[in-house]
Design a binder for this molecule. Structure first.
Ligand code: HEC
Ligand code: HEC
Length: 152
């Protein structure tokens, strides 16, 4: 019995010690640095200034198979919500030719179960989840990525 009580006490003690060591996640980043700098997680950082996207241009080369192509034009004020999708005003099958825009590919009609719908699949509705415009800016981090040779 004495042994058992001893073991229980030890457990309680260890639990207490662990609780004391739990970091405060609001202020302690655990030594990790992010693009937010040293601003603690509980406060807002100053937003980076808006960059100037180019108004229009040729399509960007793709870097790897199945890459969502990058957007070669400005997207400011293009509304996408449950009622309107400005992107589809130019990129839908119906409007693309008249708008001289490339049309979305058939994959955009497929559900995750592989069923092809008659309209854009919900998982491809929010275009900017995958497609992003570009700016000529200094890279935030170095990287050594090289595009797939057969594509460029
Ligand atoms: C006013 C018409 C118009 C609207 C609205 C529009 N686009 Fe475009 N988009 C184009 C045209 C035209 C091109 C072809 C390249 C060019 O001329 O800029 C293009 C090119 C693209 C490409 C490159 C395709 C490729 O094969 O490289 C992507 C991706 C794209 N747009 C996504 C979007 C998204 C996402 C939105 C909504 C946020 C959007 N576009 C809204 C007209 C439009
Ligand atoms: C879940 C990611 C995802 C979303 C969301 C998405 N796309 Fe794409 N898109 C892709 C990928 C990946 C490709 C290239 C491969 C392919 O065609 O599936 C692509 C290709 C394209 C192309 C080039 C088509 C071609 O034939 O080369 C256009 C234009 C485009 N998307 C526009 C859009 C628009 C407009 C929306 C919103 C209605 C949208 N995409 C939503 C991933 C996405």
């Amino acid at each position: 019995m004495k042994k058992l009580i001893g073991a229980m006490l030890a457990c309680l003690l260890a639990g207490g010690l662990m609780a004391a060591e739990t970091p405060d996640f609001n202020t302690d980043t655990g030594g990790l640095k992010s693009e937010r700098g040293i601003t603690d997680l509980g406060s807002e950082d100053n937003p980076a200034p808006l960059k100037n996207f180019r108004k229009d241009g040729d399509a960007y080369a793709r870097q790897y198979m199945h890459q969502p192509p990058m957007i070669p034009h400005d997207t400011r004020n293009y509304e996408v919500d449950s009622k309107v999708n400005k992107c589809l005003a130019c990129h839908s099958f119906k409007n693309a030719a008249a708008m001289k825009a490339p049309k979305i590919s058939p994959t955009h009609f497929e559900t995750r179960d592989g069923v092809t719908l008659g309209e854009v699949s919900p998982r491809r509705y929010f275009c900017l989840q995958c497609h992003v415009p570009q700016v000529d800016a200094k890279p935030l981090v170095d990287n050594t990525f090289k595009p797939v040779e057969s594509l460029n």
